[in-house]
Design a protein around this ligand. Structure first.
Ligand code: SF4
Length: 370
């Protein structure tokens, strides 16, 4: 196992669109959570890993003592040979927290910017403002933690094409190493979902969403950020190595409440509520988790869904090496049909989505269900 995801489920405010596993940090047993997490991690002993990704929630919602406690354990027991990423909110990335991250070997920061428009940030329920973004990037540059990603969203309620132009302009000035730019998904049980259902809010339809996506892809490409995954943009050297573990359908460890992991045969899902997670560690010394054993057909499907998210696509040789059978023996008919519709292409041993296929990615992925 080369990669590990660690989940910190606390936030200083709950955003209006968010359905991640998170809780408001106020009055939460955060210290107990960190101890439970360390107990879960201790089951892995000492390991050398290529990547660790600490996500949330918002890991930077932890105070300095909690960051020190967690990161000192992690770095004492896990040697990271490649990429050590920490998610951060712009208004929480103080110089003292940044010092802690840097001292423990964090070498990549994923900054939750979302948009540079203060009005839209307010609609999203974010705690930061545009100035916080620039200040945090200043701190990152000063401390020499220059490998950072800016994470954005498009198709926000009330967003215009000018907002996308503004983000592109700031990206051209700030020059982050990596950009993630996701379309807003309206998830059930969120404030946005309820507002839309009640007719109090709306977002653009699929045609405008497609036009915005097109602007994002071509705007970033013109700035020197080639698309390498449906929503991710960077030159080869700065692609997210940790996230590629997921898209290449490789095993990884998941630790923390609500995190999930993959052994290569089993996908597991840790119990979500913070208190249940802590209690399960206290009472039994291990996490309550759901386990899903994958049949061969599930593995084929996941290999295609995940791999086709990458612009490079699915390697035919890699598929053969993993499953001892050719892609054509499983998906020959589907591939021929999608190719005839110009939704996929086959080049140099890789099967990938065409630009047209990427626009309707989910429909194409559905064709690979067996
Ligand atoms: S900060 Fe992130 S995890 Fe927390 S509520 Fe907002 S979007 Fe969700």
């Amino acid at each position: 196992m080369d990669s590990m995801y660690i989940h910190i489920p606390f936030c200083n405010r709950i955003c209006t669109y968010c359905d991640f596993n998170k809780v408001l940090i106020k009055n939460q047993p955060v210290d107990d959570y960190i101890e439970a997490l360390i107990q879960e991690l201790s089951a892995y002993g000492d390991m050398t890993l290529k990547t660790i990704y600490v996500g949330g929630g918002t890991p930077t919602a932890l105070n300095e003592a909690q960051l020190n406690r967690l990161l000192s354990y992690v770095t004492e027991h896990f040697k990271v040979t490649d990429e050590f990423t920490f998610e951060a909110n712009p208004d929480e990335l103080t110089t003292s927290k940044l010092d802690i991250l840097k001292n423990y070997g964090v070498n990549r920061v994923s900054l939750g910017v979302q948009t540079f428009n203060n009005d839209l940030l307010k609609v999203l329920g974010r705690t930061h403002k545009k100035d916080d973004i620039f200040n945090s990037i200043n701190h990152l540059e000063k401390i020499g933690l220059t490998n950072y990603s800016i994470d954005l969203m498009y198709n926000l309620p009330g967003e215009t094409f000018d907002d996308i132009d503004m983000s592109l302009k700031y990206i051209s000035e700030l020059k982050p190493k990596h950009v993630s730019w996701y379309s807003l998904i309206i998830e059930p049980h969120t404030v946005f979902y309820n507002k839309i259902k009640a007719g109090k809010m709306s977002i653009a339809g699929s045609i405008e969403e497609g036009e915005k996506y097109d602007k994002v892809i071509h705007g970033l490409s013109a700035l020197g950020y080639p698309q390498y995954e449906i929503s991710n943009f960077a030159t080869k050297v700065h692609e997210s190595h940790h996230n590629k573990t997921y898209w290449l359908n490789e095993p990884y460890i998941g630790a923390g409440a609500g995190s999930h992991g993959y052994t290569g045969d089993v996908r597991y899902y840790n119990i979500k509520p913070v208190n249940h997670y802590i209690n399960s560690m206290k009472d039994t010394g291990s996490v309550v988790k759901e386990e899903l054993k994958l049949a061969l057909k599930d593995k084929y499907e996941e290999e295609m869904f995940l791999g086709l998210r990458l612009n490079k696509g699915v390697s035919e040789q890699r598929f053969f090496d993993k499953y001892n059978t050719s892609i054509d023996s499983i998906y020959g008919k589907v591939l021929k049909e999608l190719h005839a519709k110009k939704l996929i292409k086959r080049e140099s041993g890789f099967i990938s989505l065409t630009e047209q296929g990427r626009m309707i990615g989910n429909d194409v992925f559905a064709e690979f269900l067996l």
